[in-house]
Structures are given as structure tokens and as C-alpha cells.
Design a protein around this ligand. Sequence first.
Ligand SMILES: [Zn+2]
Length: 242
Amino acid sequence: MFQKFPAIIGYLFFVCFLSPLTFQGVYAMEDDTYPALNTNPWGHSPITVYIDTINVPEHYSPTYNEQVEVAMAYWEKGGNGRLAYNPEFSPVDSGSEADIYIIWVENLEKDAGVENGVAGFARPHEVNGKYVRVDIVMEVGNYEGYAWKQYGNTNMRELAKHELGHALGLGHSKDRRDIMYPTYDQKDNIDPLLVERTRPFIYVAVAASIILVSFSGINWLRYRRKRRSLEGNLLEGKDGRP
Ligand SMILES: [Zn+2]
């Protein structure tokens, strides 16, 4: 019993003293891999946001605006858990009074002189340690080889989350699963504009098939009725003859 004491004391020593140090070391290492650009960039709340849905490029989809709203809600609910404060966004109608200004371009490489492979960027204007304005520019698609590829809604949502993360003061993560990891992947290939354009054709196709089915149904009923009456005549004829 008493022989076991040193082991127990050693264990307690580890639990009470060494393990918190070990965990602190792990957390410190994680922090090193995730530098914040600014831990509290906005001195006020709510943060006003202007989404430019008027000056839009050719392949802009109206559904992109909704993706930005989802991305704002994501950060308001805590986002990736890396913010030291709770942001609150408020949409405004005028770009001049906005803290964050969001605009789309057709292609970043072509329209903003950004290197290839970048889908969006956030440019903070900092005065005395506080952001006075952040411009977020996102492209609506990119060239893959020679083929133009429109970004899907999931892509746009992830892109908006990432850029808003920068606007809230976060830098890049080294964790691939983190929204602030700098690699941008194509999450889906559904072209929202293509869906918009083909929707009327889908309606027409569905309506046409309903009409066709109902017509053929009526024809079939008519045919049945005709056949019945023929048989009736035949039977009547047979029965009617003496
Ligand atoms: Zn980034």
C-alpha cells in the first residue's frame, strides 16, 4: 500500500502540474500556426455591410447574394471558433457608409490583376490599429485551361466565409479543414445561372409531359368506350337476331 504512494504522488503531480503545461504547450503551438491579422479590428458594433448587386459582372448569379448572407450568419454564430469577439453584421443600402464593401468581378486575374488561382480577396484599410473599411472582391468563375467555369453556390458561400474571416481580422490557417485555409477548391459544379436559364425549359417539359399523359389517358378511355360499344352492337346483333 505505502509502496504505491510514490507512484500515486507522481501521477497526481503529472495531472495537477505537468499536464496543464503540456496542454498549454499544444495550444501555444496551435496559435503559432494561426496568426490573427487583428484580434479586434472593429471598434464598434454592428459592422455595416454593403453588397453591390447593381454593378455586377456578366455571369453574376442573384443567388450569390444569398450565399454572402449565409456566410455572415456563419460568423455571427461563432464561425470557426477563432474570433475573440462576437461579430454582428448589419446590411446598408449605400456603399459609402459601409464598413465592409462586397463586389463581384468576372475574373480576378483579368479584372483586378490578381495572380491566377485566387478566387477572392479582402483588402483592409487600417487606421490606428482599427479597420475603417474592408473591400472584398470575389470572382464569379475562373478558367480551367481554356474552359470558363462558373462558381456554384457552395463555392461562393465558402469563398464569402473565407473573405469575411479576413474582414473580421483572421489570417490564414494551416489546418486544411479550417475555413481560413488558403486553398480554394471547387466544391460543386452546379452552375446557378444554368439552373436559372434551364428552369423555364424544365417547367415546359413537365407541363408537356402532363398534357401528353392526360391526352393519351383520354384517348385510351375513348378507345375503351368505342370498343365496348362495338362489342355491345355485336352482342346486340347476335342476340337481336331471331
Ligand atoms: Zn485568404
